[in-house]
Write a protein that binds this ligand. Structure first.
Ligand SMILES: Cc1cc2nc3c(=O)[nH]c(=O)nc-3n(C[C@H](O)[C@H](O)[C@H](O)COP(=O)(O)O)c2cc1C
Length: 241
C-alpha cells in the first residue's frame, strides 16, 4: 500500500478503518481514544478532527511523533527559518522567524528574536506561549507570506491555507503542514533595542516520523529539504557531507 498522507474527519476515519480491517490492516488504537475524547474540533470547526496518518507495513500510524525533550533542540540545530504560531483570544497567528536558536540542553530551551512592532510580540508577551514550526522548501511562499503581512487584522492560517492543529501542552496551535514542532512557554524575555528575545522552555517536541532519524536524532535530509533564510528574498537549503 505504501506511504500516504490523508486527512480524515471522524466519519471518514471510521469508514476507512472498517475498510482497512476488512483488508486485515492493523489499526493502532490511538485514533479511537482521540475520537472519544474530542468533543471539540482540533482546528476550530465543531467535530472536525484532522488526523495526519500514514499506512506503512499495513499499520496506520500518526505522521507526527514525539521526540525526547533532551533531543528537542536538534529540530532547529541547523538554523532553519521557522514559522512561529501563537493564539490570543481564540485568534491564531503565524509569523516567520529567521532568528531562532537553541539555548539550553537541560531543560531544553530555545530562543526567538521578535521585532517590537510585530503583532506576535504583543501576543507572546501577553500569553507567554508560542510554537516553533519547521517548514520545508514546499512552504517557501507561505513563509514569505506570513513574514510579510501583519497579523492584527488577518487570519494568516486562512489567508495562506495552513492548518492549525491542537498542541499538546500549550494553547497556541501547531501548523500541520510543517515537519517539526517545538511547543514553548516563555521562560524569560530580554529587550534588545528594536527586538525582544523570548527564551522558551520546550514543553513538547514532535516531528514527521518519516523525515526524522530517531537513532541519530537528526533530520533525514534525503527525505526533506529544510529551508534557510539568507536575508531579503534569498533562501537556501542544506545537504549532508
Ligand atoms: C523569511 C523571513 C524571516 C523573518 N525573520 C524574522 C525574525 O527573525 N524576527 C522578526 O521579528 N521578524 C522576522 N521576519 C518578519 C516578520 O515575520 C513579519 O514582520 C511579520 O509580518 C510579523 O507578523 P505579525 O505582525 O503577525 O507578528 C521575517 C520575515 C521573513 C519573510
Amino acid at each position: 500500500m505504501g506511504e500516504r498522507r490523508v486527512y480524515l474527519n471522524p466519519a471518514k476515519l471510521i469508514a476507512e478503518s472498517l475498510l482497512y480491517r476488512e483488508k486485515s490492516i492493523k489499526l493502532i488504537p490511538v485514533p479511537w481514544l482521540l475520537l472519544k475524547k474530542s468533543k471539540k474540533s482540533l482546528c476550530g470547526e465543531k467535530r472536525k478532527i484532522i488526523f495526519d496518518i500514514q499506512v506503512k507495513d499495513n499499520i496506520i500510524e500518526f505522521m507526527k511523533k514525539e521526540i525526547p525533550l533532551d533531543k528537542a533542540n536538534r529540530i532547529i540545530n541547523n538554523g532553519p527559518v521557522v514559522m512561529v504560531s501563537t493564539v490570543y483570544k481564540k485568534k491564531p497567528n503565524i509569523f516567520s522567524v529567521a532568528w531562532s536558536m537553541p539555548v539550553s540542553h537541560s531543560p531544553s530551551c530555545v530562543a526567538i528574536s521578535s521585532g517590537l512592532s510585530n503583532f506576535s510580540t504583543r501576543i507572546i508577551k501577553e500569553t507567554k506561549e508560542f510554537v516553533i514550526n519547521v517548514p520545508d522548501v514546499s512552504l517557501k511562499e507561505k513563509v514569505i507570506g506570513c513574514g510579510s503581512v501583519p497579523g492584527d487584522n488577518v487570519d494568516k492560517f486562512k489567508r495562506f491555507e495552513l492548518t492549525p492543529v491542537k498542541s499538546k501542552k500549550v494553547k497556541a496551535p501547531a501548523i500541520q503542514e510543517c515537519i517539526g514542532h517545538l511547543e514553548c512557554r516563555v521562560h524569560r524575555s530580554l529587550a534588545i533595542f528594536d527586538h525582544i528575545v523570548f527564551v522558551g522552555r520546550v514543553m513538547a517536541a514532535y516531528v514527521d516520523r518519516d523525515k526524522w532519524d530517531f537513532n541519530g536524532n537528526i533530520w533525514r535530509l534525503e527525505r526533506c529539504q529544510i529551508l534557510h533564510h539568507m536575508g531579503g528574498e534569498f533562501f537556501s537549503t542544506i545537504g549532508s557531507i
